[in-house]
Design a protein around this ligand. Structure first.
Ligand code: ADP
Length: 479
């Protein structure tokens, strides 16, 4: 396997700096995917300058020019999906099918926002004062900073960069240190598609570069996806500089299974939402709340399903769940299993690291049963193939448990009871509600985001993205 040497992409040029960190294949720790430089505040300064220089022409140009570029980037992602999906699986650890699916998603996001570039529209109104016209226009913000995580290393950069560029902004992105090769792959596609220099800049590095970006006085807005703790710092820096800010910070997503549910179907939904992509989705169904009447039967079937999942190297034929993305992540997963056990949970299956044909960060799909909702396993995001279950007496208790806690990203219910489904849809405290579906798995043309500790600021994606990536100007015209 080849090891790539990566560079920052600033002002349309590749900045060559000595490599200081490695990106390791989590399915085979002997395989170094890439070596890359670690940017600092000086690199961020250069990238922000480049984005500023590019902004006037990009924002004032025809929306058709922006649409054409985004369309081209989307088509290039489609054309290279198989190779990029493989690189994604190699670098992040999700399976080839998942990597390919994510790349195609990114392609479709660019295609969608190519169309949206032409829809940066305002309103015209009758003025309350005779003889005047009043209209609103949506304008680009300027330079947008983006800090992205490793779990969707091409889809998240796509769903931030595509709308930013569509509406006339320029971008400085700091991708996660775990997946720099995927970020560089996207930058290369921008370059190959003839993107004007400086509209999309990429600075590789750690949280230090992220912090320098979030507090940079030259940026106009910042979009962040990552952990809650980091989000709090990014948010504080944005506030201090009076920047527009948007943050996605994870979840502890409840999946309620009512007694009338078809057990097989409910187990399929819970296993898909809880274990696939190694549970490394902020929308993962990590907290399953089960009505007492079917509880034991459900747990038994879920355990069986978890044990049947084939865990293995991301690129191996037949692998259904790949490794954790890093040693730190695997350690965190195991630590939470230990905490849950200490707090009284039962490890119904899994709970340990496993060996596969190559050295990697593999973990058995895990079910922690008999947990109380106030245990840490139900209050904090684990981010691994770990599902905890809570037994409840009835629907009302299920809803109360679903709503307890600080997060509010996605929430699901499995039932055929129309009245309860309707009640859940109305009363569950979450930004996204899934009926007879896993809590994970979303479309790209509709808003994405949560309530309370999960999200801050305007929604991402789809028709909502224009809210964050533009500002409104109100224009009054007299005679
Ligand atoms: P995770 O636990 O998933 O790694 P983080 O929130 O630490 O989540 O990381 C998400 C992104 O935020 C990464 O690109 C990371 O480098 C960046 N980051 C980490 N610390 C900071 C910080 N203090 N300021 C800005 N960005 C940061």
């Amino acid at each position: 396997m080849n090891t790539q040497t990566l560079n920052h992409f600033v002002g349309g040029e590749w900045l060559s700096e000595p490599a200081a960190m490695d990106s390791i294949n989590p399915s085979n720790t002997d395989d170094i995917v890439a070596r890359f430089p670690v940017g600092d505040s000086g690199t961020i300064d250069r990238a922000v300058d480049a984005a500023h220089s590019a902004f006037p022409a990009w924002s004032a140009g025809s929306p058709e020019m922006r649409a054409d570029l985004l369309h081209k980037v989307g088509e290039a992602l489609f054309a290279n999906a198989s190779e990029l999906g493989e690189l994604l699986a190699r670098e992040e650890g999700k399976t080839r099918a998942e990597g390919m699916g994510e790349t195609l998603r990114a392609a479709r996001v660019f295609r969608y926002f190519a169309g949206e570039a032409l829809r940066r529209h305002g309103l015209t109104l009758e003025s309350s004062r005779p003889g005047l016209d009043v209209a609103t226009y949506r304008e680009a913000l300027g330079v947008v900073g983006m800090i992205t995580p490793w779990n969707f290393p091409i889809a998240i950069p796509a769903w931030k960069a595509a709308p930013a560029l569509a509406f006339g902004n320029t971008v400085v992105m700091k991708p996660a240190e775990g997946t720099p090769a995927m970020a560089v792959a996207l930058a290369r596609i921008f370059e190959e598609c003839g993107a004007p220099a400086g509209i999309f800049n990429l600075v590789l590095g750690t949280g230090e570069a992220g912090a320098a970006l979030a507090s940079h006085e030259g940026i106009d807005a910042i979009s962040f996806t990552g952990s809650r703790g980091t989000g709090a710092k990014v948010g504080a820096a944005a506030m201090a500089g009076q920047k527009r800010v948007q943050m996605e910070m994870g979840g502890k997503n409840p999946l309620v299974v009512l007694a009338d549910a078809d057990i097989d179907k409910a187990v399929g939904i819970a296993a898909d939402g809880g274990f696939f992509q190694t549970g490394q989705r902020c929308t993962a169904s990590s907290r399953v709340i089960v009505e007492a009447a079917i509880h034991d039967q459900f747990i038994e079937a879920l355990v069986k399903r978890a044990e049947a999942i084939k865990v293995g190297p991301a690129l191996a034929e037949g692998t259904q769940v790949g490794p954790a993305a890093s040693e730190t992540q695997l350690e965190q997963n195991l630590r939470y299993v230990g905490i849950a056990k200490d707090e009284g949970g039962t490890i119904a299956t899994g709970g340990e690291r496993i060996d596969c044909e190559t050295p990697g960060y593999y973990m058995a799909p895990t079910v922690v049963a008999d947990t109380a909702n106030d245990m840490r396993i139900n209050q904090e995001e684990v981010f691994g193939p770990v599902v905890s279950t809570v037994k409840v007496g009835d629907y009302d208790e299920a809803l109360a448990v679903a709503n307890a806690g600080d997060f509010g990203l996605s929430a699901g219910i499995v039932s055929n009871d129309a009245a309860r489904i309707r009640d859940f849809r109305k009363n569950v405290r979450a930004g996204m509600v899934m009926v007879n579906l896993p809590t994970a798995g979303v479309d790209y043309h509709v808003p994405f985001g949560g309530t309370r500790g999960s999200s801050y600021g305007p929604r991402e994606q789809g028709f909502a993205a224009v809210e964050f990536y533009t500002q409104i100007k109100t224009v009054y015209t007299g005679d």
